[in-house]
Design a protein around this ligand. Structure first.
Ligand SMILES: C[C@H](O)[C@H](O)[C@H]1CNC2=NC(N)=NC(=O)C2=N1
Length: 91
């Protein structure tokens, strides 16, 4: 799975290699929340959900697969979707 993370240059691999993280910063809270709303629908369709924290224009995201206590392709797929959603908002 680690090679898949190499294709996500904006994401960081947690030291134990069981999660990836990225912090998104938007123009304001509305942009940040719109990003979260869009990603929430993607996550629900995938049945794969992020661990995230939002304060104002910042969204901190951690992706891991709880069912296996590690990284899976679902984490990489959701990360790519989040990157695309953020790019549309000029993150
Ligand atoms: C039964 C289990 O909760 C579901 O299969 C889904 C829900 N969303 C999930 N999200 C994440 N990040 N990891 C999971 O293992 C996971 N499992």
């Amino acid at each position: 799975m680690d090679q898949g993370v190499a294709e996500l240059p904006d994401w960081s691999l947690r030291d134990d290699h069981t999660a990836i993280t990225r912090t998104f910063t938007f123009r304001n809270f509305s942009e940040a929340f719109g990003f979260m709303a869009e990603c929430a629908l993607v996550a629900e369709r995938m049945n794969h959900h992020p661990e995230w924290f939002n304060v104002y224009s910042r969204v901190e995201v951690l992706l891991t697969t709880h069912d296996v206590s590690g990284l899976t392709a679902l984490d990489l797929k959701l990360a790519r979707a989040m990157d695309r959603a953020a790019a549309r908002r000029g993150d």
